[in-house]
Design a protein around this ligand. Sequence first.
Ligand code: AVI
Length: 319
Amino acid sequence: MKINTPTYNKAFAEDVLKGLSDEKKHLSSRYFYDDEGSHIFQQIMEMPEYYPTNCEFEILSEQSEQILEQLNFNGKFNIVEFGSGDGIKTKQLLKTFLGKNADFTYVPIDISEEAILILEENIRVSLPEIKMNSKIGDYFDILADISKDETPNLFLFLGGNIGNYKKEDAIDLLQKFASGMKKGDKLLMGIDLQKSPRTIQKAYDDPHGITKAFNMNLLKRINRELEADIDLSQFDFYCHYNPENGEVNSYLFSLAQQSFDSKVLNRSFTFQKGETIWTELSKKYSFSEIEELAEKLDFKVLENFLDSKNYFTDSLWEK
Ligand code: AVI
């Protein structure tokens, strides 16, 4: 008997079904990052309006020596990176640490084998002397293994990704990180800060339409993977920064009363004219919110490493 294994991603299908069936429609920004979405995100990071990447690059290029001093590790340690991406920013930190003769092993973790292979190649070409022990798989399975070892760890969670988690989900994620950390282990986390609402609004509501394309790619994915017939020209993108709570919320919205079918989900979905699909939260933090979050999780904030404009922090926490 031939068993038909689904060619679509089951979690994606379930989440789309749930998200588009709820009264207030939503789709998770987690699904932005297929091959095309990852490519569009690269373009976002190159836009002059999208300041977080340059800010974090500046911090890691100019302050890694101070970061190393604050770690206060004597002897060997691991640098464990969650969601390492292309490693361009991390390379700045690794280079400085090597220059200071720090004795460490770099342990990048990613779910994608391809991402790890590209990263390894990229790091080895520019830093051939580095000790690297890459891991492919689920963060938390790997974390459980790492925590059994006596070697002290510096965990990296860069890029400001924590901003894409709702408060309760951010706490949940950091609690999972914490459960794999020993006393004295450190976490260096990229966090985007509250600043002029105009600067933030421009970074997300960009004039090039790249962030719009990033969001629209979710609909393209539904068409392709869930065999749907969404008319993309009948949707637009909107985002809004609220300086009172530090949240950028992003939406797709329907330009007409319309419906579409998905063969995979075996359902049709109807939209009113102007109806929204919430796609992303990008939360900007104040220093007091960072302190509050660390305290709740039993971490101590050792130092906030800021860029010259004070837009972004790499916040160093100790367990
Ligand atoms: C990945 N993450 C930190 C980005 C952000 O700024 O929230 C994703 C992004 N969304 C729109 N532009 C960039």
